[in-house]
Design a protein around this ligand. Structure first.
Ligand code: NAD
Length: 292
């Protein structure tokens, strides 16, 4: 029989991911802060719990998908949290993007309670979550990875054990660096092309066929063309991730000169009130710098 799953955090990513597990036949009990998202889970065939404690008490596997390290810590360590209420032997899979050190500490603290942990952040955005084609970068023990693999298969397409606890988060941090720099480069190209009077649709099509092509250019093309910036992936969350990669790189003595500049550009969008927009709104920043 399939393991019973508790899912904590039903946001832009968590809702469609939990629904994919239900479609794959898993029994999913969820908890999140918005009642509408709990109703959505129940409508999809899951069970809505009234608290984290209630969601996790009978679970074999607990999955968390919340914004950042402070939420993961609150959910794990709180009086009503996972470590206090999950059964010994439970596998806790944190799929949020958080600092690698938080994942390492969580694995250590959970082990005291007989709870095993994997860090398993994802890439592929809302579309990747809906279509179950996420890249899943995992840190932890091989045996726990093997046990979780059927669950990951229902959520994603490229699933890789990267190394010990925290490794998944380190790879995700690199992912976020590459994505931000890529979006910024695409945004600069878009403004340059438009000011030059070149047809943008034609230009992006041919660029995508060459070495400049990328998943960012494919997935964000319509955002750029239509100036459509509903999230998707919020600037606020990418700001968090640029902080994670900047700190982690400094800790190991890796230079991120371009990453540091793009981190500043992401931060400046927030101070200008655009933190709730999709990260493709880096285009707005380039337009402002270009006098538009
Ligand atoms: P979101 O803000 O849409 O959803 C977060 C959910 O967490 C919300 O439903 C909220 O109710 C819940 N939550 C927060 N605190 C909670 C608590 N104490 N108890 C229970 N639930 C709580 O965020 P999202 O876009 O789904 O992102 C989630 C994580 O996935 C983040 O770490 C993000 O960086 C990462 N991520 C997002 C994307 C994307 O495209 N949106 C892609 C890859 C990774």
């Amino acid at each position: 029989t399939l393991p019973k799953i508790a899912w904590i955090g039903l946001g832009i990513m968590g809702s469609p991911m939990a629904e994919n597990l239900i479609k794959a036949g898993y029994q999913v009990t969820g908890f999140t802060l918005e009642q509408a998202k709990l109703d959505r889970l129940a409508a999809a065939g899951g069970a809505a719990a009234g608290s984290i404690a209630e969601a996790v008490k009978d679970a074999d596997v607990v999955i968390t998908m919340v914004p950042a390290s402070p939420q993961v810590e609150a959910i794990a360590y709180g009086d009503e949290g996972i470590l206090a209420h999950a059964r010994p032997g439970t596998l806790l899979i944190d799929m949020s993007s958080i600092t690698p050190q938080t994942s390492v500490d969580l694995a250590e603290n959970a082990a005291d309670k007989g709870i095993r942990v994997l860090d398993a952040p994802v890439s592929g955005g809302e579309a990747g979550a809906v279509e179950a084609v996420l890249s899943i970068m995992v840190g932890g023990e091989r045996a726990d990875f093997d046990e979780a693999k059927p669950i990951f298969d229902a959520l994603g397409k490229t699933i890789v054990l990267c190394g010990p606890h925290g490794s998944g988060q380190t790879v995700k941090a690199a992912n976020q660096l590459i994505v931000a720099v890529n979006i910024q480069a695409c945004a600069e190209a878009v403004v340059f092309l438009e000011k030059s009077g070149v047809d943008l649709t034609a230009a992006l099509d041919v660029l995508n066929g060459g070495l400049a092509g990328s998943t960012v250019l494919t997935r964000k093309k319509d955002n750029f063309l239509k100036r459509e910036f509903a999230p998707g992936f919020r600037i606020d969350l990418h700001h968090k991730d640029m902080g994670i990669v900047t700190d982690a790189a400094r800790n190991v003595g890796a230079a991120l000169p371009v990453g540091a500049v793009v981190a500043q550009l992401v931060a400046s969008l927030r101070t200008q009130g655009d933190g709730g927009l999709d990260h493709s709104a880096l285009l707005r920043g380039v337009e402002r710098l270009s006098g538009e």
